[in-house]
Design a protein around this ligand. Structure first.
Ligand SMILES: Cc1cc2nc3c(=O)[nH]c(=O)nc-3n(C[C@H](O)[C@H](O)[C@H](O)COP(=O)(O)O)c2cc1C
Length: 366
């Protein structure tokens, strides 16, 4: 039977499935329960030094449901901030989780203001709890950017480089940088993080969105005292976008572990992230909507898929589909070459008659 454990940054993950930062890692109780259920790793809800600045609103979630029978949730919006629980309580709980589950991987998601002393303090105090790695939240798209944090940092490669450099200066454990998808070129901040010494890249955080407008009240949702703000989109609808970001980062940063996420609910979803370069796969909305117990389906499903394709280890699958991307011009050249080989004939200019005819039609059509 296939082995689904994997070594990443010198840390042994019993399986590549990691609960992503968010409600699934909101306190020690749920973290310990999730480890017992079989999650290989957990990234805790993002913590910061001063929770008094973190004030959440209600409601803070919105759902986009399928129009078809079953009406399952296809997209999920949140305007939730980072953890509003005190830093000292978090330190005790992280130490407690690690003591109770030494063989599972606990990653501390951290976020701070744009000051080196703040990052130094949060890193030095958090790593004393025994957590295995840090994930720098440079990507929360709502609320925090108003304080010049989260995605306000992650969308600027120079700031990403500076923060990762600070983190690496004080951290004795691996540092992953979590990327925002709300940019045009995902490679730029990822490369900046890697050049500053990041040990891994996590992608993606949520995509800025508006889940809809309530057609009775004509107010945007989620509606807080009649008003709303753009929030972060997650769940199955974002998976194709997340796969593209992971692919771009995987190709741009060979050899750097990527932790992929966005809309994963099944082993089939997860395998696609692995094939596009992720070595661990994170799940947030899938666990919120379908329950933390999906971990057994994910592990069993991955073993079955590996057996079907003849893979013995997860490492063998990582990035397996990456070589099969090309530019558009590259696809055109490959297709022309294939057609040429099939037809075995070319005209004097090296173009076949069939191509000329199609090109003319498409010019007319356009
Ligand atoms: C309600 C909610 C809260 C979240 N909070 C955090 C957070 O505190 N820190 C963070 O880095 N990402 C946070 N995320 C983003 C997720 O970790 C993940 O990047 C994103 O939701 C995409 O994965 P998914 O489709 O599996 O949810 C949150 C997501 C949701 C839905």
């Amino acid at each position: 039977m296939a082995d689904i454990g994997i070594d990443v940054c010198g840390i042994r993950f019993p399986n590549p499935f990691v609960l992503a930062s968010g409600p699934p890692g909101t306190n020690a109780k749920v973290i310990k329960r999730s480890f017992s259920l079989g999650w290989g790793g957990i990234v805790c809800k993002t913590i910061s030094l001063d929770n008094s600045k973190v004030i959440n609103v209600v409601p803070r979630y919105g759902k986009l449901k399928s129009r078809h029978e079953g009406h399952e949730v296809i997209g999920f919006q949140n305007i939730e901030l980072i953890s509003d629980r005190p830093f000292d309580v978090w330190l005790e709980e992280l130490a407690d989780c690690k003591e109770a589950h030494p063989d599972n991987v606990l990653i501390a998601s951290i976020m701070e203001e744009y000051r080196e002393e703040a990052w130094q303090e949060i890193i030095e105090r958090t790593q004393e709890t025994g957590v295995d790695a840090f994930e720098l939240n440079l990507s929360c798209p709502h609320g925090l950017p108003e304080r010049k944090m989260g995605a306000a940092m992650g969308e600027n490669p120079e700031i990403v480089e500076e923060i990762v450099r600070w983190a690496k200066k004080y951290s004795k454990i691996p540092v992953w940088a979590k990327m925002t998808p709300n940019i045009t070129d995902p490679k730029a901040p990822a490369l900046a993080a890697v050049s500053a010494g990041a040990d891994g890249i996590s992608a993606i955080n949520t995509i800025l969105c508006i889940i809809g407008v309530n057609l009775k009240t004509l107010r945007p949702m989620p509606t807080v005292e009649g008003y709303s703000e753009p929030g972060g989109y997650s769940g199955p609808a974002v998976r194709p976008i997340a796969l593209r970001h992971v692919m771009e980062i995987g190709r741009a940063c060979p050899g750097v572990p990527v932790s992929g996420m966005g809309g994963v609910e099944t082993a089939e979803d997860a395998l696609q992230f692995l094939l596009l370069g992720a070595s661990t796969v994170q799940v947030c909305t899938g666990a919120m909507l379908r329950g933390y117990e999906i971990i057994s389906e994910l592990c069993e499903g991955l073993v079955a898929l590996m057996d079907e394709h003849g893979f013995d280890t997860v490492e063998e699958m990582v990035g397996k589909s990456l070589p099969f991307f090309d530019t558009h011009a590259g696809l055109v050249a490959k297709q022309q070459e294939a057609k040429r080989a099939k037809a075995g004939t070319t005209n004097r200019d090296g173009m076949w008659q069939g191509d000329i005819a199609k090109e003319t039609q498409s010019l007319v059509g356009d």
